[in-house]
Design a protein around this ligand. Structure first.
Ligand code: ADP
Length: 387
């Protein structure tokens, strides 16, 4: 009989899950519920990579989660589910570590919903349903904000009256599980340089940067919410806050209208007028697609520069997530802004998406490392249970 770890990764429109074996941390089963809220459709595949279940479900979170657990149970007959790990976007100031979930923890996490309205409610609904189904199995929350709690007081502070910081308006930072995964793997790639001055660029639909020293977060580009920092798929990243005041005061925008503009209608999608999908933009001949791509790279480079003082230089740059892992053009474009620092990319290696893409004479090493938020949760859960 094997002990298993279920990892749930709930987004605003999908619920991904993986089942790991505790002894070797290999994946037994994997699946996803797409269109989680409107028209949930479940697929599940086993080790042999064959899809063997695909079905439509009733759009109610608890029923969706119970069906997923039932299917996992059927497919894992004879094995024991030892722990269920949940990805939670916001842990606030309080949760700096993975946390065993109970009613009090759930209440505290609910209070953070206004800080992450697009993700936190789904994360918590999934946890609740899963706890109803299995109240005898430990369930643990892994937070996207925790990794950044090693930031200094200054790095967390916005230049507002200090009472706001005391009330919790600080730079929380996000994508922490991705950064934790990269920091755990970087020593295999960059050996001793991994512990020096590192910037990781997580470039996916959501995009952010993390500057690290000794593999710990020193500063990050996302802030109080996941709207800050880099230009993203549909979010603009950091913009002049005066624009929002102008839109509301002079152009009659409602708060909902501004929210929609900032979360859904800006970034690559807004600038190009075509898509938030980098693949579509790279294929397009539309001049606005080119402007969107150039702006994406320029802003990424600008923000990389803005993190340099916090780590006093740069030894290693890492690209990860959908765009970072798969788009040589974007990587070389961003890197070209740092040729004055002696950063050189080897075009051949870059085109092949190999793990080290810097040229041998580059003063800064550049890596492409696929991220895996679920794997780091499984690793941590295995450690937690075996202690
Ligand atoms: P998220 O997890 O934030 O939804 P991902 O990390 O999956 O985002 O990244 C999505 C982005 O990565 C999209 O812009 C997509 O176009 C891009 N992407 C994914 N795969 C590829 C690929 N093979 N080539 C180019 N771009 C890719």
């Amino acid at each position: 009989m094997q002990s298993l770890i279920i990892v749930f990764n709930a987004g605003s429109s999908s619920l991904k899950f993986s089942v790991y074996r505790m002894d070797d941390l290999k994946i037994n089963l994997q699946g996803e519920v797409e269109n989680f809220v409107t028209k949930p459709n479940l697929w599940l595949k086993s080790e042999s990579k064959k899809k063997y279940i695909e079905k439509n479900l009733f759009p109610e979170t608890s029923k969706v989660v119970w069906t997923v657990l039932e299917e996992i149970n059927k497919a894992s007959k004879g094995h024991k589910i030892a722990v269920i790990a949940h990805r939670v976007v916001h842990g606030g100031k309080l949760y700096k570590q993975p946390t065993l979930i109970n009613a009090e923890v759930l209440d505290n996490l609910r209070e953070l919903i206004p800080l992450a309205p697009l993700h936190q409610p789904y994360n918590l609904d999934v946890i609740e349903a899963s706890m109803e189904a299995y109240n005898n199995i430990p369930q643990v929350a892994y937070f996207d904000t925790s990794f950044h709690r090693s930031q200094s007081y200054l790095a967390e502070l916005f230049p507002l009256p200090l009472k706001y910081a005391n009330e919790g308006i600080i730079r929380y930072g996000f994508h922490g599980l991705s950064y934790q995964y990269i920091s755990s793997k970087l020593p295999h790639y960059a050996e001793e340089k991994a512990h020096k001055r590192v910037i990781v660029a997580h470039l996916g639909n959501g995009a952010s940067l993390c500057a690290m020293k000794n593999l710990k977060s020193v500063s990050t580009s996302m802030g109080f919410t996941a709207l800050d920092g880099l230009m993203m798929g549909t979010r603009p990243g950091n913009i002049d806050p005066g624009i929002i005041l102008y839109l509301v005061n002079e152009r009659g925008y409602s708060i909902e209208g501004v929210q929609d503009l900032l979360y859904e209608k800006s970034g690559l999608k807004g600038v190009s007028g075509i898509s938030n999908d980098m693949r579509a933009l790279l294929k397009s001949n539309d001049p606005n697609a080119e402007i969107a791509i150039e702006l994406f790279c320029y802003i990424a480079a600008k923000h990389i520069s803005s993190l340099l003082p916090s780590i006093q230089g740069l030894d290693v740059l890492v690209f990860t997530a959908g765009i970072g892992e798969n788009c040589p053009q974007i990587r070389s474009h961003i890197c070209s802004y740092f040729s004055w620092l002696g950063l050189r990319v080897d075009d051949k290696l870059n085109r092949k998406n190999t793990s080290k893409i810097s040229a041998h004479n580059s003063k800064i090493e550049v890596y492409v490392i696929p991220t895996n938020e679920e794997a780091i949760m499984a690793e941590e859960a295995a450690k937690l249970i075996s202690h």
